[in-house]
Design a protein around this ligand. Structure first.
Ligand code: BJW
Ligand code: ZN
Length: 251
């Protein structure tokens, strides 16, 4: 059960911090109507395993299926708008000397909420690349709704969204920024992640070991809430504005 003093405690930790790292997951976009990764398996997609769809093996087995899954999710992202949780995180960027926002989300809702520096550690759904030579592909009209992925203009292989699938390496530069920030921050604010996908799930533990206060915002208990110093149990779009109000009011 969430108590008022936990909100105050979180606001105090954030107010005193010189460097805040915010790590977000699918839950931060849930209140914008973007289904979380594991909840995206509804309707027609219910019989497919997301771990299989988001992999080279799944793409090789049925490229059209994976292409259509991502087209549908991109449509969902485009129809969504940032929620109060995204807006608070954008404001937080301006109230602390150093702020690093690392998101596992492939949507652009943080940017649309006004966040200036967003580290997309699992890629971005609206950018497309060749699965072989990695050349960026500018989608032509009609290609999105095709049954099969378009072909790369440079090498002829298949085009895919620029996201990180299971078994693939995370973008090197973003990993460097995220790991360095986790070791240097005073507060790590985690919002809406299940904490089961590695290596990102290591970040809160790394921050805690380096002496940071870890705050987790999530309606569900999860591996990160287990190690968090402050667990704010609830939805990001409800809890984060409460924390921001306490911060603005001087607690
Ligand atoms: C709310 C809310 C509200 C709801 N408010 N909250 C160590 C141990 C075991 C396994 C591994 C390991 N190291 C690596 C692995 C393997 C693997 C892995 O982690 N597997 C585990 C699942 C077992 N990792 C990898 O393969 C990674 N690559 C790798 O390790 O490469 C090695 C390598 C090195 C060098 C060369 C080559 C290879 C890659 C992982 C990539 C993950 N990609 C995905 C797909 C991206 C594209 C797409 O979206 O389709 O990223 S998987 C998916 O999970 C997606 C997400 O970003 C990520 C995390 O999901 P998230 O955000 O936690 O979402 P959900 O849906 O799981 O949870 C939502 C949460 O929100 C819940 O907690 C809700 O309660 C909460 N919530 N409403 C706040 N309103
Ligand atoms: Zn190519």
């Amino acid at each position: 059960m969430l108590e008022l003093h936990q909100i105050t405690q979180a606001a105090q930790a954030l107010a005193q911090a010189r460097h805040i790292v915010c790590l977000t997951g699918a839950g931060v976009s849930a209140e914008s109507g973007v289904a979380t990764f594991r909840d995206a398996q509804t309707g027609l997609w219910a019989r497919f395993d997301p771990q299989r769809l988001a992999s080279q093996e799944g793409f090789a087995e049925d490229p059209g299926l994976v292409w259509r899954w991502y087209s549908e999710r991109l449509r969902m992202v485009e129809a969504a708008t940032p929620n109060p949780g995204h807006l608070v995180l954008a404001r937080l960027e301006g109230v602390t000397p150093a702020f690093t926002l690392v998101t596992q989300n492939v949507d652009d809702l943080h940017e649309r909420a006004g966040s200036q520096q967003v580290q997309h550690i699992h890629g971005r759904i609206h950018i497309f690349r060749c699965n072989y030579c990695r050349a960026e592909h500018a989608l032509q009209p009609g290609e999105r709704t095709q049954e099969l992925p378009p072909r790369c203009l440079a090498c002829g292989d298949q085009v895919r969204p620029d996201v990180v699938w299971f078994g693939e390496a995370l973008p090197e530069q973003v990993v460097e920024i995220a790991w360095r920030a986790a070791e240097a921050c005073d507060v790590m604010l985690v919002v809406g992640t299940s904490g089961v996908v590695y290596p990102v799930a290591e970040l809160p533990l790394l921050a805690k070991r380096a002496g940071a206060v870890v705050i987790d915002v999530n309606p569900q208990c999860n591996p990160i809430s287990e190690i968090a110093d402050i667990f704010l149990q609830g939805a990001g779009g409800v809890i984060l504005p409460q924390v921001m109000n306490a911060l603005s009011a001087g607690f």
